[in-house]
Design a protein around this ligand. Structure first.
Ligand SMILES: Nc1ncnc2c1ncn2[C@@H]1O[C@H](COP(=O)(O)OP(=O)(O)OP(=O)(O)O)[C@@H](O)[C@H]1O
Ligand SMILES: [Mg+2]
Length: 296
């Protein structure tokens, strides 16, 4: 019988037990359990929760690629009260206006079928009025909103018009990369821009926060920072990542694999610098150019 081929993408051997971790500390998933409440992430989370629970209408959260927008959204969803019903639109690439309405209708389980845009909006309005009567808060979250075009953003603005004399019927959270801010600055969208009641832009982490980031993720994974990295390690992570969380995690994962193969513990700075250099040299290979935006 032929030998079984190793499936690409599976990691041949895990480093977790070597570093006394219960689970991988640097997975790239937007898992809010790992969230370090750095100043900027704390402010962003507070803005989301405040805007949603106080029914502020429009909420805008932006940040460079990989800075934690989706993670913050998930953390906010874990923390908002139960009287809140949320439609979460995560995938916006190539969406047309009617698709957006379809997605929203599906998320809110509106009974269709609907013939066209007007029908959707009527049904949505009816639903939102009922929610208000039932004491429910209704939220539409659009992640990766930088992919929406002007026509779609205009549609979103129309949805934000659904209100009574005193109350916003729908809270709308837009999150996306910095281009989203540029889009909203266009004259045709100034009406929407003016409606943004709460906003936050996620900043890169500073060098000290990079150390806290590494330590926090290692601790959540059940490990001890001092046993994993030697003192001063954060400087090399900061230099490589510019404080972008995803890039820090990407490098940390590579570094831990390499250190494991050499049975090195704690990991010294030279090893981190070596891996950082390799990754910087093979940007295309790792997709860092895309993953890190201007920070990369
Ligand atoms: N404050 C933080 N604490 C812990 N981990 C974080 C923090 N911020 C970001 N991360 C981690 O960084 C990675 C990237 O985060 P996320 O996917 O949320 O970024 P994003 O801004 O949504 O990126 P994109 O622009 O590609 O959509 C995730 O693994 C996430 O858990
Ligand atoms: Mg995201």
């Amino acid at each position: 019988m032929p030998a079984r081929k190793r499936v690409r993408g599976t990691r041949p051997k895990m480093y977790e037990s070597f570093f006394a971790l219960r689970e991988p500390a640097f997975s790239l998933a937007p898992d809010p359990r790992f969230l370090l409440p750095s100043d900027t992430h704390d402010e962003g989370l507070a803005a989301l929760i405040y805007g949603i629970t106080r029914r502020k209408g429009f909420i805008l959260l932006t940040g460079e690629v990989g800075t934690g927008k989706t993670t913050l959204l998930r953390a906010a969803l874990d923390r908002i009260p139960e009287d809140t019903e949320v439609a979460l639109v995560l995938n916006t690439a190539g969406l047309r206006p009617v698709d957006l309405l379809k997605l929203i209708a599906t998320e809110f389980r509106l009974p269709g079928p609907f013939d066209g845009k007007v029908d959707y909006v009527i049904a949505l309005n009816r639903f939102l009025m009922q929610q208000l009567e039932d004491g429910m808060n209704t939220v539409l979250i659009i992640d990766e909103a930088q992919n929406l075009d002007v026509e779609l953003l205009e549609e979103v603005r129309l949805l934000s018009n659904l209100e009574t004399d005193t109350e916003k019927l729908l809270q709308i959270v837009l999150t996306g990369q910095p281009e989203l801010r540029q889009m909203l600055a266009a004259p045709s969208l100034r009406q929407l821009r003016q409606r943004v009641a709460v906003e936050h832009h996620i900043q890169p982490l500073d060098c000290d926060e990079v150390r806290r980031y590494l330590a926090h993720r290692i601790e959540v994974a059940g490990g001890n920072y001092d046993e994993v990295f030697s003192p001063g390690a954060e400087a090399a992570f900061f230099a490589f990542s510019g404080g972008c969380p995803r890039l820090i995690s990407l490098l940390a994962d590579r570094v831990l694999i390499a250190a494991f193969s050499k049975q090195m513990k704690p990991v010294d700075q030279a090893m981190i610098e070596k891996k950082a250099k390799e990754m910087a040299e093979s940007r295309l290979d790792t997709g860092i150019a895309k993953l890190g935006g201007e920070n990369g």
